[in-house]
Design a binder for this molecule. Structure first.
Ligand SMILES: *Cc1c(COP(=O)(O)O)cnc(C)c1O
Length: 230
């Protein structure tokens, strides 16, 4: 298992380097979040031992026992949809919540972070593909939401997250990513230089995301194999 992951990691770094060369990006500007959803705590340990210091999970109830077992030895990212009534737990478990898509959720996160006297990093999730089943704020609502969340004292607003459209059409994927990058730059003008992370790109589309300005890719399947049935 360890050899399998380290081989995959070497391949991933090679492909990141290739994409950066092709699209004139600096590989040091791309952070990898290892998405360990459906995989056991041992996989998280292996990833961390392999030098992956950002770990992503998408379901709170699955993540909780694993993250408690591993301990706080990496940065934990919540990347999945989060209900407002789970904000308390998310604030306790995670360093970064990437999936903030409403003022209601942000207000809950802020409230619970204040209660334990911490500041939590958040990204706003944008639905740049317009697919109706996807969570995320609509692009035209994004800047307004950023302004509102930026007023909340216990939230440090540092980026945007998006999930690319589910299609084989690379032009369509790139267009969605490009739109997100435009919002990202506008967000930066609004919020300042702390707003520095554009989380986009997964196993199937990270090279296109790098082409369109991603600074953080979230990779599961390519590193750990197919998701385990739940
Ligand atoms: C599962 C997941 C990923 C990783 O997807 P892979 O295709 O397995 O690389 C990234 N981001 C989010 C939000 C996810 O839910």
């Amino acid at each position: 298992m360890k050899d399998f992951i380290s081989r995959n990691l070497t391949e991933l770094y090679g492909r990141i380097a290739g994409a950066c060369k092709q699209y004139d990006r600096d590989a040091d500007d791309i952070t990898v979040v290892a998405v360990t959803k459906t995989h056991p705590a041992a996989t998280i340990m292996t990833a961390i031992a392999g030098g992956l210091h950002n770990i992503g999970e998408s379901r709170l109830q699955d993540a909780e026992p694993k993250l408690l077992e591993v301990g706080h030895i990496a940065r934990f990212h919540m990347v999945g949809h989060l209900q407002s009534n789970k904000a308390k737990k998310a604030v306790e478990l995670f360093d970064v919540i990437q999936s903030v898509d409403s003022l209601k959720l942000a207000t809950e996160i802020n409230h619970h972070a204040e209660a334990i006297d911490r500041t939590i990093e958040c990204y706003v999730q944008v639905n740049c593909s317009g697919e109706s089943q996807k969570s995320g704020v609509a692009p035209e609502e994004c800047l307004k939401l950023l302004k509102q969340i930026n007023e909340l004292p216990a939230i440090s607003l540092t980026g945007l997250m998006t999930i690319g459209p589910l299609t084989e059409d690379t032009d369509e994927i790139r267009q969605a990513f490009r739109r997100c990058n435009e919002l990202f730059k506008q967000g930066r003008d609004l919020i300042g230089s702390d707003f520095d992370t554009l989380s986009m790109g997964m196993s199937d589309d990270f090279e296109l995301a790098i082409a369109e300005g991603s600074t953080m890719i979230r990779v599961g399947t390519l590193l750990f194999g197919e998701r385990q049935p739940q």
